[in-house]
Design a protein around this ligand. Structure first.
Ligand code: NAG
Ligand code: NAG
Ligand code: NAG
Ligand code: NAG
Ligand code: NAG
Ligand code: NAG
Ligand code: NAG
Length: 832
């Protein structure tokens, strides 16, 4: 029994019971199917379980995958005699039978399963001591190009068999930048973003890595590790944009035609083309070899170049690399004939034009590429109709298309018009263009006015702009509707300010003199106008304009009585608000165009502050001005002409009043609710605020505060909080139950400073929730006799003191203008 107990004790450390049927205990029990978990590598001779025999069973028998390790004693004690090794056999399937005295099986066999639990007793090992691989330059970062692989015999379901890969060394390493990375779980080696960018077989074609692998997830100090070396070749990237391609337009060869190719570094990539510009048609395609085709004939005149992308993707549709730019240029062929500028080109030739004169230029157009032989044009005259007086009257310069008169001047009487057929040709095409040449009369006649004096015209100065004031007519004997007979009228004299203009009717050459700018009697009452008629075409030599081409008229402008005019629409002035009554605050000026006298008056002087001198326009104050009432005072000034039609004009007069410190500070409101609860337990305070009606500086007012009476200094104290607020504090607690009107002196610190004394009513009362129960000074009920006498005495005393104070102050302030406006009676509190 002793031994057994000891063995049981050992079991606690080595057995891991997963299927415990034993009501009788964890380590002993009847024969039943059971599973045990035992760590590998444990000391030998370890007890696993004690089976109990039920009669008639007397012994036990063990069979199955014992491997010579598991044994059972006759009395049912199951044990193993050697250390287990999970890597040799992870699960032992055993059977135990109970036998009777005759060796016959009376129970079982029942299955007993032994699971061998892993311990980290195997180190990871790389499958190769050296790996070799290669990578294309610019490969996508993170996409493995090779794997290293290690194995560990330990259970991969436990940390013992969990491997972590790591790159320990990269040689060479430039600027401490890693070009390679490893997936710590799969062992897949890929480029880092830097590697993808910077690897270059020209600079360095090979790299060596040392890669380590650790078990226990690399986290444990007791983990095993192994390392291997990896040699990597950097290969040139063949995923490169091909040279730009030239395709001849309008090709008649059967399409599609291969034009170029792209290749991904490994086979199996999926290629596609992506448009860069949105086109109505996209005439290119790519096959799965990476060959790029044009699918139909191109037209350079429609589009002369194409740019698009070639993309390579892996089987999952992920881009393998950046897209490549494919440039296609469409080469011109001469497939467009020259085109005439219009169905008929017309030139004019004057009768007296000299031989060699330039008549005009025919410019045909060719759609083929400019500055190539395909668009060089040649001009040739192939026909002249009529051929009178002779053929070949005209020449055309072969390459410029400039027409010239070839042999003699033309006569309109003989032939007024020629039709030419001109052949325009490029390398392969011919086009015929038509040119019409009109022979026109020479400008040998001047325009002649129908009369030389259009007399006197009288107009009111307010005649509307645009009115036609005169119709004039000249005639020209040259060929009608040519530049030789068209007439332009000009005003040569009498209208230096450009108040008139003349329109010409192109059919009749009639001129209409119109008003372009308003007439003004006061500036120019009489205009002596000189008109001239001219042709747009120059006159032939020897002919000149003479007096027949000139005419005159007189324009008399009559006066219209116009309203006076103010020199400004708004007059502005600025005065201090405290100017004395009768001060001149501004002036206005108006003029009458007719020079009549003007009388001024005011309108809208709602406050009755101003008056205007009707003759001079000077404006004076007639009452005290007050900025606090009206800081910008607006009135209207009226100027009326004296005599005439009494026309008048109106302008505005704006008077800005500047501030004078003329308002003493005051309390911002009537304070009624300032109270202290009676009896006062400890000194307290109330806050009040002051204001001032004068204009304040930007930073606001800066009042100073003090007690209105020095005699109150024992009871009260005033302290400033900021420019507007102050605090009134009690100096003791012995106040009566009543209202104290505390005089406060407030100074506005202005220039000059103004001071006001205000009375701040402060109530001492019995409180209910911070408000007065009832004002104590209106307490109903008859006072006692004693109280009445006291009140009477107090009242006399108060009156006496007031009288005394008033008397003293009157004496003190004699001759000084006291601005104090305190209405409150000063009260000296009485204390017993
Ligand atoms: C690593 O080797 C093991 C055992 O040979 C194999 O099962 C596994 O697929 C390999 N892994 C890789 C990523 O090659
Ligand atoms: C393994 O790699 C993953 C992802 O890259 C990372 O989150 C993890 O921390 C790594 N494990 C170790 C042990 O380095
Ligand atoms: C192609 O050329 C032929 C003559 O060679 C021409 O008639 C045709 O208009 C051309 N097509 C285009 C699209 O330019
Ligand atoms: C020139 O051609 C125009 C248009 O075809 C025709 O009207 C005109 O009569 C022709 N002139 C001469 C002189 O043939
Ligand atoms: C035009 O007015 C001028 C000057 O007032 C006068 O001498 C002349 O006789 C007038 N001519 C006509 C045609 O009334
Ligand atoms: C006011 O009168 C003075 C002289 O009298 C003159 O110089 C000035 O221009 C006048 N101002 C206006 C606004 O008319
Ligand atoms: C002055 O003090 C009062 C009371 O503390 C406060 O309400 C007020 O905003 C202050 N004014 C300025 C301009 O700081």
């Amino acid at each position: 029994m002793m031994v057994q107990a000891q063995l049981h004790c050992l079991c606690v450390f080595i057995l891991y019971l997963t299927t415990g049927y034993g009501q009788e205990g964890k380590f002993s029990g009847p024969l039943k199917p059971m599973t045990f978990s035992i760590f590998e590598g444990q000391e030998p001779s370890q007890v696993i379980f004690q089976f109990k025999a039920n009669p008639p069973a007397v012994t036990f028998k063990l069979t199955g995958e014992t491997d010579g390790i598991f044994q059972i004693q006759q009395d049912g004690l199951l044990y193993h005699n050697r250390a287990l090794d999970r890597e040799t056999r992870a699960v032992h399937k055993l059977q135990v039978s109970a036998l009777d005295a005759y060796g016959a099986t009376v129970e079982g066999p029942v299955p007993i399963t032994i699971e061998v639990k892993d311990i980290n007793d195997n180190r990871p090992t790389f499958l190769q001591s050296k790996y070799e691989g290669s990578v294309r330059q610019n490969s996508r970062p993170g996409k493995p190009f090779m794997y290293v692989n290690a194995t560990d015999l330990d259970d991969p379901a436990t940390p013992n068999g969990q491997l972590i890969y790591e790159i320990v060394i990269q040689l060479p390493k430039i600027n401490n930048v890693m070009y390679f990375q490893i997936n710590n779980k799969t062992g897949g080696i890929s480029l880092t973003p830097e590697g993808s960018r910077e690897l270059d077989p020209i600079k360095n074609p090979s790299y060596s890595l040392v890669v380590s692998v650790k078990d226990m997830g690399g986290q444990n100090e007791n983990s095993f590790s192994d390392s291997t070396s990896v040699d990597i070749m950097v290969k040139e990237n063949i995923w490169k944009a091909p040279e730009s391609v030239e395709i001849v337009e309008n090709s008649t060869a059967p399409h599609p035609i291969k034009i170029t190719q792209v290749r991904w570094n490994e086979p199996g990539a999926q290629y596609s083309l992506v448009e860069k510009e949105k086109l109505p048609r996209f005439p290119f395609s790519i096959d799965q070899e990476g060959d790029i085709y044009v699918t139909q004939p191109l037209d350079r005149e429609e589009k002369d170049s194409y740019v698009f992308y070639a993309v390579a993707k892996d089987e999952f549709g992920k881009p393998l690399a950046f897209p490549l730019n494919i440039h296609v240029k469409v080469k011109d062929i001469n497939d467009n004939p020259p085109m005439c500028p219009s169905t008929m080109t017309t030139f004019e030739v004057q009768e007296n034009e000299r031989i060699g004169s330039n008549i005009g230029t025919l410019t045909a157009h060719d759609m083929d590429e400019a500055d190539t032989l395909n668009s060089v044009l040649e001009y040739r005259i192939v026909d002249q109709t009529p051929k009178s007086p002779i053929e070949g009257l005209f020449l055309v310069q072969t390459y410029t298309g400039v027409f010239q008169l070839a042999v003699q001047s033309l006569k309109k009487q003989d032939t007024p018009q020629y039709n030419l057929t001109v052949e325009v040709s490029d390398k392969d095409f011919k086009t015929f263009c038509h040119v019409q040449i009109n022979v026109i009369d020479i400008n040998d006649q001047i325009p002649i006015f129908e009369k030389s004096d259009y007399g006197n015209i009288t107009l009111a100065e307010d005649t509307a702009v645009g009115s036609i004031i005169l119709t004039i007519q000249a005639t020209d004997a040259d060929e009608p509707f040519t530049g030789s007979s068209k007439i332009l009228y000009r005003i040569r004299q009498g209208d230096s300010e450009g108040r008139l203009e003349i329109d010409t009717d192109p059919q009749t050459n009639t001129g209409y003199v119109k008003i372009k700018k308003p007439l003004d009697f006061e500036t120019a009452a009489i205009h002596n106008i000189v008109l001239q008629a001219e042709n747009p075409e120059p006159l032939v030599p020897g002919v000149e304009y003479n007096s027949n081409s000139f005419a005159t008229f007189n324009l008399f402008v009559t006066d219209v009585n116009e309203a006076p005019q103010f020199s400004q629409r708004i007059f502005q002035a600025k005065v201090s608000e405290d100017v004395a009554i009768g001060t001149k605050v501004g002036n206005v000026t108006a003029m009458d165009p007719e020079g009549l006298d003007i009388s001024y008056s005011l309108r809208g002087d709602t406050r009755g502050w101003l008056k205007i001198d009707p003759v001079t326009g000077e404006i004076f104050s007639v009452a005290p001005l007050d900025r606090e009432v009206e800081s910008l005072y607006r009135v209207q000034v009226v100027a009326t002409e004296v005599g005439g039609s009494s026309l008048s004009a109106i302008a505005s007069f704006h008077l800005t009043l500047t501030d004078v410190n003329d308002n003493p500070p005051r309390l911002v409101k009537e304070y009624t609710g300032l109270l202290f609860c009676h009896p006062l337990r400890e000194p307290g305070s109330v806050i009040f605020e002051a204001t001032d009606d004068d204009q304040q500086s930007l930073r606001g007012p800066h009042f100073t505060f003090s007690l209105g009476s020095e005699s109150l200094q024992n009871d009260w104290e005033v302290s400033k909080i900021n420019g507007t607020h102050a605090r009134l504090s009690t100096k003791h607690t012995g106040f009566e139950k009543r209202v104290y009107n505390v005089p406060i002196r407030i100074n506005d610190g202005g220039r000059p400073p103004l001071e006001g004394t205000v009375s701040l009513p402060v109530t001492f009362c019995t409180c209910v929730e911070r408000s007065c129960l009832q004002p104590t000074d209106h307490q109903p009920g008859m006072p006692t006799v004693g109280m009445a006498v006291g009140i009477l005495l107090t009242t006399f005393l108060v009156i006496g003191i007031i009288l005394a104070v008033v008397f003293i102050r009157m004496k003190k302030n004699k001759g000084r203008d006291n601005v104090e406006n305190a209405q409150a009676s000063e009260v000296k509190p009485l204390r017993n």
